[in-house]
Structures are given as C-alpha cells and as structure tokens.
Design a protein around this ligand. Structure first.
Ligand code: GRF
Length: 199
C-alpha cells in the first residue's frame, strides 16, 4: 500500500508539481490531496490537471480566528487520511495544536539554509548579510516557525550582482530537486540528512 501525501500550497505550486511528478512507479507514496488557503492559487489548476483531488479555504473571512480556519482545513485533510503532509509554499502559520496532530508527519520547504533566515524575504536577507551561499531546507514541522529537525539542504552560490529575484531563480530549481528526494527518503523510512549542491 502506498503512503498518502497531502500537499498544502498558497501560490503557483511549483514545488507541489515537483512532488506530485515524483510520486509515480516504484515510489512508496502517492498524492491524495492538494489543499490551499487561497482559492485563486494557480497551483490548484495544476493539481486538477494532474488528476489530484483539491480543496481550498480562503483564510481571510476568518480574520484572526486561526482555530476556525484550521477547523475548516482539517475537514478535507481528515477525509483524505494522509500519512504525510507536505507544506509546499504554504504561506499561513499553523498553530501548535494543528501541528501537534501531525507530529513527525508534516514536512516543509523553506528557501534558506536554516537556521538562518526563518520567516520571509530570505533571499534579500542573505544578500544584505553578504552571504556567499544560500539555498533551501526541508525540515519536519514543529510548533516553532521554520524550526524542527532538518532532513535536507541544498546549497547554491550567491553571485556578485545577485538580487533577491536572481537568487530565488537559482534556489527554486534546487527546491524542486531537494523536496522530492527528501519526501521519497522519508516515505521509505529514512530521515538521515540529505545534502545537495547546485550551480
Ligand atoms: C518557494 O520558494 C517556497 O520555498 C517558498 O515559496 C515558494 C513557493 O513556490 N516558501 P511554489 O508555490 O512551490 O512555486
């Protein structure tokens, strides 16, 4: 029996596509749901085109009531019975209660070499700090933001003249390599650290 993977997105879903594309053939997992807090996320169309069930709940009408929003998110998630949840460009912070329900079963990709640059604007911050390398990290999700055991990291150089946009364009293809590779290892029971480096 394949493991079931729910993927949470907010935007274009390119990491979701890389994950879903990888889950074929002898892969031990299959996508069971793509879920978004943004009903207009273009990634939802991509998921539908790939034949993956989708659901979306706009977080905005819930205002500051995170618990009510998360209660809505939980409904399709519980129906989909995922073994693993992959946050892939999901731009809402999840509460400790929500995260604890899926302890050890929820992964996230973050566009920095954690523990550096938790939160937003990671590439601009790496450039402003004069870093000579940047990258992305896949980690287990815990209640603390962009924290939790690191499962994989991919490094790229920061080049003279880089902007946040040019650096993001160098990191994103590495995200698309790293996340599927880590997901496959985790689905196979291997949580040892994976490191990749790119151009
Ligand atoms: C990625 O860089 C991800 O790491 C970040 O947001 C971007 C989402 O891209 N948090 P996509 O939706 O997977 O295309």
């Amino acid at each position: 029996m394949s493991l079931r993977v729910a993927i949470l997105i907010s935007g274009s879903g390119s990491n979701m596509v890389a994950l879903a594309d990888s889950m074929q053939g002898a892969h031990p997992a299959r996508p069971c749901l793509v879920l978004s807090n943004n009903p207009d996320a273009s990634g939802l169309d991509k998921a539908r085109a790939m034949g993956i069930p989708t659901a979306a709940f706009d977080h905005r009408p819930f205002g500051k009531d995170r618990a009510a929003f998360e209660a809505e998110l939980l409904k399709p998630l519980q129906q989909a019975r995922p073994d693993l949840i992959a946050l892939a460009g999901f731009m809402r912070v999840l509460s400790g209660d929500f995260v604890e329900r899926f302890e050890g079963r929820m992964l996230n990709i973050h566009p920095s070499l954690l523990p550096k640059y938790k939160g937003l604007n990671t590439h601009a911050r790496a450039i402003a700090a004069g870093d000579t390398e940047a990258g992305c990290t896949v980690h287990e999700v815990t209640a603390a933001l962009d924290d939790g055991p690191i499962l994989g990291q991919a490094r790229v150089p920061v080049l003279p003249g880089d902007t946040a946009e040019t650096l993001a364009a160098r990191v994103l293809p590495m995200e698309h390599r790293l996340y599927p590779a880590v997901l496959r290892r985790v689905a196979s029971g291997d949580r040892s650290l994976l490191t990749l480096s790119g151009p």
